[in-house]
Design a protein around this ligand. Structure first.
Ligand SMILES: C[S@@+](CC[C@H](N)C(=O)[O-])C[C@H]1O[C@@H](n2cnc3c(N)ncnc32)[C@H](O)[C@@H]1O
Length: 294
């Protein structure tokens, strides 16, 4: 018996519920609106790709899609790039790397692709990705698009992955899977970021739907600068984490630090000796530096 169940939302969209965690893959706005509002709009993806000049920096533009789920974020990315007519510099290569531990969710959704218009439009490419490996498409605007699927825990694949420009961090909630939102996870992702001391003019932006205090703390302790992301009908606030402080429109500030002090769960589950007073003041000092862009 499948551990996933298709669920309908009041706006007419559908998602997939993981029955073991009793958690839906998407908020009540549905997978496609979530992909558009939280991940694509906030990444300014096309502008970012266009502004990374392939002539001066030949490395590909890399997007991590963690996790694939039912591929709403991945297919929204592909469809956006297909629809973009602005020319990129010659040979610009975009690599979309999707990570997924459990392909059962998308396989179940594909059986009812009639309920998911984005799957219905893209059944062939997604079947090919799952069954026979990477797919490539030469897009009208000169982008060479490669889509790879890494099956298993994304953390086990990172060593073989190129540095990321964009990270869509879309896993089940910190409440259900605290370790996935912990310090070690974000330290591993920071290793794959365009960040000093590596020689770089590029930025890495991580986007997630969660505004969890402990997850934001973990991101900051790992080295990212963190800001508030957009709100949606399903989420009061989302989170943006970047390697370039100046690119944050709404960096977390003193009000967030006050909230952190009052929080009942201020630090990630894998931070050592949380109860130690000394550690708490060390963390606070690091967070204060981070909100100032240091
Ligand atoms: C909230 S859903 C993702 C929704 C998806 N982004 C979409 O556009 O439909 C979370 C997904 O992450 C997968 N997942 C959970 N832990 C993972 C891990 N350690 N590595 C890779 N994928 C993981 C789950 O199996 C699930 O399909």
């Amino acid at each position: 018996m499948s551990k996933h169940q298709i669920e309908s939302f009041s706006n007419g969209s559908f998602s997939v519920r993981n029955l073991e965690l009793n958690e839906c893959m998407h908020s009540s706005i549905g997978p496609w609106s979530e992909a558009q509002q939280i991940y694509l709009a906030q990444s300014h993806l096309v502008d970012r790709i266009l502004s990374t000049d392939a002539r001066s920096d030949s490395r590909p533009f890399v997007i991590y899609d963690i996790g694939l789920g039912i591929a709403a974020n991945a297919l929204a990315t592909l469809e956006l790039l297909r629809a973009t007519t602005a020319q990129t510099s010659p040979g610009r290569r975009v690599i979309l790397m999707s990570f997924e531990t459990d392909l059962e969710g998308i396989k179940d959704a594909l059986v009812r692709h009639d309920l998911f218009p984005f799957l219905d439009r893209n059944t062939a490419i997604i079947q090919k990705l799952i069954e026979s490996g990477p797919v490539s498409e030469k897009l009208g605007n000169g982008v060479e698009f490669d889509w790879e699927l890494k099956v298993g825990d994304f953390r086990d694949h990172l060593a073989d992955c190129p540095l990321a420009d964009i990270i869509f961090f879309d896993l089940y909630s910190p409440k259900s899977c605290p370790a996935l939102w912990g310090l070690r996870t974000f330290q591993a992702l920071f290793q794959k970021a365009h960040a000093l001391p590596k020689k770089t003019t590029r930025e890495t932006l991580l986007i997630t739907y969660s505004a969890s205090t402990a997850a934001r703390t973990a991101l900051m302790l790992a080295g990212f600068y963190v800001g508030k992301g957009t709100s949606t009908a399903g989420k009061k606030e989302t989170t943006l984490a970047t390697t370039q402080f100046s690119s944050l429109e709404s960096p977390l500030g003193r009000d967030w630090i006050e909230h952190w002090r009052r929080s009942s769960r201020p630090v990630p589950a894998d931070y050592p000796d949380l109860q130690e007073k000394q550690n708490q003041s060390e963390i606070l000092a690091k967070l204060l530096l981070s909100i100032q862009g240091n």
